[in-house]
Ligand binder design. Structure first.
Ligand SMILES: C[S@@+](CC[C@H](N)C(=O)[O-])C[C@H]1O[C@@H](n2cnc3c(N)ncnc32)[C@H](O)[C@@H]1O
Length: 336
């Protein structure tokens, strides 16, 4: 029986949208109405998180709902979930994967032997439209936030061109950080940018946030990884933004720039850079802060200790670990 959110019908459309934006709607079941109430199937999530993103009265209930019937040819996920059920249940093989350009990145543990890893790679190569298949060999690590990869099938090349939100990006999955799962977040920021904005992208990588801010007056894109800046320069050309984006290869702590919209996409360590972000942002400006947490409280306390600010928007970007999330908070900085 799926976990459901029971809400008054009048909040239906808005709530459905927020659940989809936060990747919390359980799409295996149909949304059902009874009397004045709607039952929306949801994924396992803390009640506190739901309270803070929904802002309406709701109940959490277990309810029998109809399953969605979809007839289609078997996918990579369906095939491996039958063939490797035990390993999936033990958490050694994941059903989720990333597609970056024409490359696929699978999540298979080191504990799975090499022959089986290659076999799964070949299945992915056949069933997911792509040119090459890799596996995550490590977590993202180090200052550059890059992960080690193992080639499993198809072309053994790590440079690709990824498309999202109407722009294109050169990405080298072995040399720079890039997550296609943040495209929705970049689309959200894109909608907020105005022609008068001066954006400072403190941890720019190959520039997806900077390029998403293409409507701004000027964008300073900073990164400490030389490979990221090299690709960022190619991406600026590819998207014809030479007149707007200034690439800067440096530790952001050494850079002296100012802006009214500051992007801090370094979730694991962003808390160490809040003073620098406050130094960069103009009063009345906005800091887009990304962090890891179980809820939004720590981030809000941290900012409130350092300045007079208000939270304009907060949302779960994606899950990070069981009951831990990558969180996005937009802080308006009233007074430093
Ligand atoms: C999580 S990645 C985000 C990249 C990019 N914003 C994206 O969405 O693909 C963080 C980036 O911050 C860079 N970085 C880490 N420490 C830095 C520092 N002190 N100064 C500048 N860049 C830094 C890393 O090289 C990495 O590219």
């Amino acid at each position: 029986m799926p976990l459901c959110l029971k809400i008054n019908k009048k909040h239906g459309e808005q709530t459905r949208r927020i659940l989809i934006e936060n990747n919390l709607l359980n799409k295996d079941y149909k949304i059902t109405s009874e009397g004045d109430y709607l039952y929306l199937p949801i994924k396992d999530v803390d009640e506190e998180i739901l309270k803070s993103i929904l802002n309406i009265e709701f109940e959490l209930v277990d309810k029998e709902l109809k399953k969605k019937e979809i007839i289609k040819k078997p996918s990579f996920r369906e095939i491996i979930s039958k063939k490797y059920r035990k390993e999936i249940d033990e958490g050694l093989i994941s059903l989720s994967y990333d597609v970056v350009g024409d490359l696929v990145i699978l999540q298979i543990s080191d504990e799975i032997d090499e022959k089986t890893r290659k076999e799964i790679g070949e299945l992915a190569y056949k069933l997911i439209p792509c040119k090459g298949v890799f596996r995550r060999k490590s977590e993202v690590k180090g200052e550059f936030r890059v992960r080690e990869l193992e080639h499993l099938a198809g072309e053994n090349r790590t440079l690709t061109i990824h498309k999202e939100n109407g722009y294109r990006l050169y990405v080298d999955i072995a040399k720079v950080y890039f997550s296609p799962r943040l495209s929705g977040e970049r689309a959200r920021i894109m909608k907020k940018v105005t022609l008068d904005d001066v954006v400072v992208d403190m941890f720019a990588g190959v520039g997806p946030f900077s390029i998403a801010c293409r409507n701004a007056k000027k964008i300073y894109a900073i990164d400490i990884n030389p490979h990221a800046i090299e690709l960022l320069k190619k991406n600026i050309k590819l998207n014809k933004l030479e007149h707007k984006i200034v690439p800067i290869l440096s530790d952001v702590r050494e850079v002296d720039v100012k802006g009214n919209r500051v992007i801090m996409n370094l979730p694991k360590y962003a808390h160490e850079f809040v003073d620098k972000a406050l130094d960069i942002v103009e009063e009345g400006g906005v800091i887009h802060y990304y962090t890891i947490g179980k809820d939004f409280d720590d981030a809000i306390k941290l900012f409130e200790k350092k300045c007079d600010c208000e939270v304009l928007e907060k949302r779960i970007v994606k899950s990070y670990a069981p009951r831990e999330y990558i969180l996005a908070l937009d802080f308006k900085i009233n007074k430093k």
